[in-house]
Design a binder for this molecule. Structure first.
Ligand SMILES: O=C(O)c1cccc(C(=O)CC[C@H]2O[C@@H](n3cnc4c(=O)[nH]cnc43)[C@H](O)[C@@H]2O)c1
Length: 214
């Protein structure tokens, strides 16, 4: 089938490990953050080009109407903290003119997933996400990201979108909501439910991909 599953930590996809092994799905644990995810994925792609790449992980949600444990697909991602906070106004590298907003693989400064058929066939609700180096805790920053349409926040999503788009490999970023962004009391996170739901959906989607959607 030639599918590569990425996850930042072993724990996030531990419940699917035996299924993935039995189905000869390659697994890559990238480590936390955009730097390690970009390096790990790029290195693997030098050796082997999978038919599909799936990134499965947890995420924080900006929207408290989304229940903890919900599993969503990311239709567009972006790097939320590449820029400067100047006189209380956020200016991205695109606003600063340091990078062109349409410099491939960016479109308007965002990293869209162009594989619409793959996104649709996974059957998950599609949302917009941002990727951060620093987990958001500042209330103004959270309000700004929400205002700009972000629904989910992760620490690796943009790395997948960036590399897979440049390498022209169909990809899917799926995330289960483990917490609400800004909530640092881990007692209020739901690891158990989000990990269970993430792995259930991962197994189901691998089944869908077996038939080759694109
Ligand atoms: O402590 C545990 O048992 C545990 C088990 C599995 C995963 C974790 C993580 O901490 C996962 C971190 C991973 O999840 C993404 N994430 C989750 N919430 C947020 C957030 O609010 N803001 C940004 N990223 C978030 C992120 O991609 C991390 O790599 C712990």
């Amino acid at each position: 089938m030639n599918v590569l599953v990425l996850s930042a930590t072993k724990l996030e996809i531990a419940a699917s490990t035996s299924f993935l092994r039995k189905n000869k799905v390659d697994v890559l644990i990238t480590g936390i953050g955009m730097l390690s995810a970009t390096y790990a994925l790029t290195k693997v792609l030098w050796q082997k080009k999978p038919r599909y790449i799936i990134q499965a992980g947890l995420a924080g949600s900006f929207d408290k109407n989304i229940p903890l444990g919900a599993v969503l697909a990311v239709s567009k991602d972006g790097i939320a903290d590449l820029g400067v906070m100047e006189q209380q106004h956020w200016r991205s590298v695109f606003d600063l003119g340091l990078m062109r907003a349409n410099q491939p693989p960016f479109i308007n400064g965002r990293l869209f997933n162009p594989y619409k058929k793959l996104l649709k066939s996974c059957g998950l609700p599609q949302v917009s996400a941002v990727t951060v180096n620093e987990i958001s805790t500042n209330k103004k920053r959270i309000a700004l990201l929400k205002e700009r349409g972000a629904v989910l926040e992760s620490m690796e999503g943009a790395a997948l979108h960036y590399v897979a788009k440049l390498e022209k490999i169909p990809f899917l970023q799926m995330r289960a909501v483990s917490n609400y962004v800004g909530e640092r009391n881990k007692e209020k996170w739901d690891f158990k439910m989000s990990l269970a739901r993430l792995n259930e959906e991962l197994v189901r989607i691998i089944g869908v991909l077996k038939d080759g959607v694109i």
